[in-house]
Structure formats: C-alpha cells, structure tokens
Design a protein around this ligand. Sequence first.
Ligand code: 5GP
Length: 352
Amino acid sequence: MAWINSLPKIELHAHLNGSIRDSTLLELARVLGDEGVIVFTDVEDVIKKNERSLAEVFKLFDLIHKLTTDHKTVTRITREVVEDFALENVVYLELRTTPKRNDSIGMSKRSYMEAVIEGLKSISEVDVEFVSASDSRKLDNVCDGIHRKKIYVRLLLSIDRRETTESAIETVKLALEMKNVGVVGIDLSGNPLVGEWSTFLPALQLARDNDLYITLHCGEVPNPKEIQAMLDFKPHRIGHACFFKDEDWTKLKYLRIPVEICLTSNIITKSISSIDIHHFADLYNAKHPLILCTDDFGVFSTSLSNEYALAVRSFGLSKEETFTLAKTAIDATFAEDEVKQQLSLIYDLASP
Ligand code: 5GP
C-alpha cells in the first residue's frame, strides 16, 4: 500500500530504545561480544526473534540497555530513529525515553538527555524542528530545489515503574528544565507488573502542576484498581488499554482521554489474542479519539506505515477514513498551537 507510506503520519507512542534498527543492535552487540562483555551468538538469537511475550520484551530491554547506554550510542540511536520515522513520512514525532543514570560511565539523567538532544542536532538526512516553533527556523521542505523530508520532534521523559518516588521526581524536574529544547511531557512506562501507582503519583502531580503533559501506560495487565486510579488522575492521553472492563471504558469515553493504539505490539505480546477483537474497532466506531502508534518498531519489527496498513486490512478503513484518522491525531499531540497549524497545512496539501 504505497499510498500509506506517502500519507503524512503522526507518531505519539514510540520508545527510543525500542525503536533501534536491528542492524545497529547487531553491530553494537558484535563490539561488546569482541570485548567479551556478552556472548554475541546468544544475543543475536534474541535480537532476531520475532515472537515475544510481554515478560520477554522487558528482558530484551535489559539487554538493549546494556548495548546502548553510553552517550555516543544514545546520540546515534536518536539520530537513526528520527531519520527512520521521517523517511516513512512521519511529520510529527513524540519520542519518549527514560533518562538513565549510570555512575560507572559518568552518566547522569541530564547527560543522557543531552546525548539525545545531540542526536537531534546531528541529523542531516532530513530537516528536524525540535524546539518551539517560534524559536526555530521554519521547516521548509525545498532545499536547493531538492525536496527533503521534514519532521517535528517533541520529547517525553519516561518514568520507569522500577523507579522510586525521588527518582521519578528528579525526572520531572529535568523535564521542566528541558522545556526549551522540546521536552513537552512525562510518560509512565516499564514493566506493568512492577511498582505501585502511589509511588509515581507525587511526580505526576508535580508534572501536572507545572503544565507538563502526561501520558500513562494503562491497562497493559489486568489491574482494575490501578486502571481506575489512572483514569481518575485524568491524564492527557493513555497507551494500550488492553485489559479494560466495562466501567473503565465508560469512564474513558466520558472523559474523552485519547488512546495510543499499538496494534502489532498488543498482538505480539498476546495482550490481545486476535486483531478481530482489538478495542480499536469499538473506540473507532464510538468516535473516541485514538492514534495509531508503533510502540517499539525495532522490538516488534514494524513501522507506522505497517500499523496503518494493518488497521486498513483488519477494520476495512477506506482511504478517506484513513486520512481522517491520521489527521485527527493532530488534536492529541502535545505540540504548541503554531505547530498544530503547520501540521493542519501539511494535511490540507496532502488531502486525497
Ligand atoms: P527507553 O525509555 O529506554 O528509551 O525505551 C525502552 C523502555 O521503554 C523500556 O525499558 C520500558 O521501560 C519502556 N517500554 C517500551 N515498550 C514498552 C511497553 O510496551 N510497555 C511498557 N509498559 N513499557 C515499555
């Protein structure tokens, strides 16, 4: 479906370390293998495997973090991830990542994020705008007569559910300090079987009090009390919503909280047993705000175009409906009004 590739797309749920090219992961693994830090062949099998449960996904992330967590590599993967999204016509990307501290290599949460920003600055293949629209050069996709891809990038800092309240608050304070370089919000992610909602609440409240946007991984496992508590917090968006009960759907729909839908991720991790019963259909028919997203295009071997193609095939969307679905994602972005206006223009020009 070539038309899906050329459709302008908006990605709002992408984890940096889940969106690394396999070729890059294998290259990094080979280097650590040569240094004797890991056994390359073991790692190679894990990276190339396509089927994984949610528990295996989190084991894989521990491995990926071993491969990627130094400043130079963080810069490199940021550059590659943004380029890959731009090349498939993602015009606006909210990229999320967990700021990491690693004293043994002199990495603080701040220096980790500076390496991410360095990655954004180092992109030359495509045009990137990642600070507020009024401060930056306007994106113009004609450069010396050559059409170049252009992409707006905003950042969300993730709190990992393994973190303490203090560590989560440190992340929120860092996000506040980095608002001038494109950080717009906070995400709560990490293994849903770990950690308590009450641990993260003070940090999320601090974020809310200081006008950061908030999105939560919600309902990835059956946890009715937590799902209700998260909805009562009224985040600006949620991701997944796989294990919602009737009362959760009622509250979600009443509050009109947009849902980041990650079809391939939900199917591969078996959070949803089959695409025909995915909640996309019910939310779509109810005209509830939803956004198709990749989650981790590296880990789940997908792309945003692939997610749209899957929705078209599985739910019978027409070209017009697909275009409208892509365009209405603008309303759910955490972007400034000026960027939203620019995105509307991009869609007007691409209208079928
Ligand atoms: P990073 O934040 O290191 O750039 O991206 C990887 C991290 O994102 C993982 O360690 C995990 O905390 C989070 N993550 C990625 N995919 C998922 C997912 O499907 N569910 C949840 N809950 N967290 C995820």
